[in-house]
Design a protein around this ligand. Structure first.
Ligand code: PRP
Length: 205
């Protein structure tokens, strides 16, 4: 049996679609219920819906053998997991953005609002820039608008949230997409099953 942690929401549904097309269906998963755990013993698979930011925790701790996790979360958490495959879904990017009229003064500490403090720290440390991180949980674009921060480090998908709040992208840190991840123990003890799954996933892609 392969235990797979899927992120709740649109990304997880897209990922499940890939698993189903690869021969690991579990139709009950898409039923309109509050259930979080679904088994299909015939196909040797068990799925659970987790918060997107928690998928790597289930995998790193060996509760899930495999998981689907955005590159943004992998960069932020550096979990002890193997990154096996780029699933090519959930594409977006991690950008620095600011109000259109913001002019940076390199001599001053830069106030950075973000949900990704480690990513922001990594980026500005490499530039040798002193920053003050303002960690928020969401609606990051509000921070520069209300002068809580100078810039944001956040996910940009269509760019609509930036545009509609008078911000613009200044730099791209990295591109993001969903990755298939595996736990170290799972990869050791279920290597055959995991490699079969990966081959079938590649065909489905
Ligand atoms: C994400 C991200 C941006 C927005 C980008 O927020 O943090 O705010 O989506 O998408 P866009 O470029 O297509 O406009 P999310 O919707 O997850 O909500 P949040 O504000 O609660 O983080």
């Amino acid at each position: 049996m392969l235990n797979i942690a899927l992120p709740k929401g649109r990304l997880g549904e897209k990922a499940y679609d890939l698993f189903a097309r690869a021969g690991y269906p579990c139709p009950e998963l898409l039923s309109d219920s509050r259930k979080l755990l679904f088994e299909n013993p015939q196909q040797g698979v068990c799925y659970f819906w987790v918060k997107p930011a928690d998928a790597a925790i289930y995998v790193a701790r060996g509760v899930a053998d495999l998981g689907v996790c955005g590159k943004d979360i992998l960069m932020e958490q550096s979990p002890d997991v193997y990154e096996l495959m780029d699933l090519g879904i959930g594409r977006c990017r991690m950008d620095v953005a600011a109000m259109k009229d913001f002019a940076d003064d390199p001599a001053r500490t830069l106030r950075v609002a973000t949900k990704f403090p480690r990513v922001a720290r990594w980026w500005y440390d490499a530039l040798g820039r002193t920053i003050d991180i303002i960690q928020l949980s969401g609606s990051i674009e509000l921070a520069p608008l209300l002068k809580l921060s100078d810039v944001i480090v956040d996910i940009v998908e269509t760019g609509a949230t930036l545009r509609e709040n008078g911000l613009e992208s200044r730099e791209t840190l990295f591109d993001i997409s969903a990755r298939l991840i595996a736990g170290r123990a799972a990869y050791q003890f279920k290597q055959q099953e995991i490699e079969t799954l990966m081959n079938r996933m590649r065909e489905a892609l």
